[in-house]
Design a binder for this molecule. Structure first.
Ligand code: NDP
Length: 222
């Protein structure tokens, strides 16, 4: 039985990923800031409390994962915030708070857990096309969010190089525009469609140090 760790598993894309990977026969470790996993009742699911902005919380979560597991096959970093998606005037406090979760928090949790990922395993960082540098037109909104996802993409690249010897694949994924609290109900796809797309990317032989769109199953040019 393969094991996947999914952050931000209590709602949105993370919750849909939990249900998808349980259906596909994985043991699923899902994290949430609150100690409440009422919506998931499955023998192969284990809920763990994690706030990625807290070093104590990261330490406690990794200790619990170490106790429960021998190995992790896949880590999906889905937890994230979009605090300024509708704002065109950037504020330093919002930039700092956004980076605390989307960059520093994701980085700290991944660094703490990476030694428990099997050689040949996989890390999926849920990023966004909003972090792409290689776009003709960048809209003026969401400075903090865009900057955080660009920084995350560079972390994907450096981590991919650092873990190459262990053949751990590190990939950034744009999930699509997804109907969640963050994406809003007018978004293009359901969390379930998105989770299936991410699962299909896991099955494909995609290379490390790459960036993919889960909704279209196409490679992106960072
Ligand atoms: P939601 O807002 O629905 O869910 C966000 C999840 O992240 C929640 O589980 C939330 O927990 C968790 N989270 C937030 N801050 C922290 C933290 N400090 N520590 C631990 N967990 C935290 O967002 P989505 O599901 O839509 O987004 C998931 C990922 O996909 C994000 O990284 C987002 O940037 C990315 N994405 C989403 C798109 C979309 O259209 N929805 C498009 C492109 C990218 P809690 O319930 O406690 O707040």
């Amino acid at each position: 039985m393969k094991t996947v760790v999914i952050t931000g598993a209590n709602r949105g894309i993370g919750l849909a990923l939990v249900n998808k990977f349980l259906t596909e026969g994985f043991m699923v470790i899902g994290t949430s800031r609150k100690d409440q996993f009422d919506q998931i009742s499955h023998p192969d699911f284990h809920g763990i409390v994690l706030d990625v902005t807290s070093s104590v919380s990261i330490h406690n979560a990794v200790s619990l994962i170490k106790e429960k597991l021998l190995k992790i096959d896949l880590l999906i970093n889905s937890a994230g915030v979009g605090l300024d998606l509708n704002d065109e005037t950037p504020e330093i406090d919002i930039i700092k708070t956004t980076f605390e979760t989307n960059v520093f928090g994701l980085f700290s949790f991944t660094e703490a857990i990476k030694d428990y990922i099997v050689d040949g395993g996989t890390i999926f960082n849920i990023s966004s096309v909003m972090g792409m540098l290689n776009r003709d037109k960048i809209l003026p909104n969401a400075t903090a969010y865009r900057m955080s996802k660009s920084a995350l993409n560079m972390y994907t690249k450096t981590l991919s190089a650092r873990l190459a010897e262990r053949k751990i694949k590190v990939v950034s994924i744009h999930p699509g525009w997804v109907k969640t609290d963050m994406g809003g109900q007018e978004a293009d796809v359901t969390p379930e469609f998105c989770a299936n797309g991410i699962y299909q990317l896991y099955l494909k032989d995609i290379p490390t140090n790459s960036f993919w769109a889960a909704d279209t199953q196409t490679q992106l040019n960072w």
